[in-house]
Design a protein around this ligand. Sequence first.
Ligand code: GDP
Length: 427
Amino acid sequence: MTVTAIVGANWGDEGKGKMTDVLSAASSYVVRFQGGSNAGHTIINHYGKFALHMLPSGVFYPNVTNIIGPGTALDTGMLQKELQLLEDKGVPAPVLYVSERAQVVLSIHRLFDELEEERLGSRGFGSTKRGIAPFYADKYAKLGIQVSDLFDEARLRERVERLLEPKNIMLQHYYNREPIHPEVLMEQLKAEADFLAPYVKNTTEVLQKANLNGESILLEGQLGALRDPDHGIYPYSTSSSTLSGYAPVGAGLPASSISRVIAVVKAYSSCVGAGPFVSEIQGEEADELRGLGGDAGEFGATTGRPRRMGWFDVVATKYGCSIQNATEVCLTNLDVLGYLDEIPICTAYELEDGSTTQAFPVTSKLNGAKPVISTLPGWKSDITQIRKFDDLPKEAIAYVEFIEASIGVSIRTISVGPRREQVIERR
Ligand code: GDP
């Protein structure tokens, strides 16, 4: 039985989309288990360049059944847009199932997200304003709407009315806005139901059977370990668990089914949004790395915002790999560092009390932490065409081996460019 989770060990944007696309070729199922349209996975293949927010990254392969699982925040509008985009670019219609237990992101969630960021102003969290925090707040407050509710009008009306009771009080008295009439949401949700109908399934049953039959299932994480609400940089975290431990829960599989956890790690650091980021660099140094990173510079796939940049952070990545329970690491964007004479690496944190630590601290201590930097020699060359580990320049091999020894997890795959074929498998 092969259930693999592919997850981020940093702050997100590690290149999970590309690696999921690569691994999908040999998978029968690709499953989204958490989050919604608040992060984007960049995939470049012979159909073009795509930033997928809602669709699983297996949609480019006809052999893959793509599943949007119960733990996700389903943004129907975004799903519709992405399916249209695929069709426009000549991608054959993917096999796609949406869990009847997934909950839907409502227009009122996006509205509340915007109003709250507006109210907070400079104290905001850098929300992508896709409604994710209000959505998960309502889910756990038992006010959410499941996909299956969309197909039972009386139940849907009752759920919508119940949700709007507290929301309308907030809208009028906290945000100074007009209340929303239940029929407005009902109309929107009826249109969503019509669109979703052909995709809705008991995906838990589908996956449980596939697991028993020993089919290969890939669980695709969004964002990274340091954005996990329990183990990350709370409150600069996301609202659903980004960890491999949650992957079977959000997908609908037994916890013991996962046999392989691939933690995707970037060869340097990047981060979108607010929050502590110890190895961050500024000014020209950051601009240069940002300009060369990713496939066209480091800009958010969802918001287009310039990403904050930093050097590789051993403390954060070792912690990220351990809370992900990584069985192996995929190191991405190694090619990007080819311009440097020397490559700085953050190997420890100096805390405000003067002590040095290699253990990732809680957010309150992280705020005042400073990076302890070591340097390794650079390789000053283009490695994007290299496909064998031993063919890499000796400095690049030393960089990979240094990271591997520091984080204590084998680096099995190295990505040396944004395209599918730019991968080095280490045996
Ligand atoms: P994800 O959310 O983890 O899938 O990451 P994003 O797609 O947001 O960001 C990763 C960026 O790096 C995208 O622009 C990718 O095209 C790009 N990318 C992925 N792997 C590599 C790599 O090995 N080298 C380079 N240069 N770019 C890469």
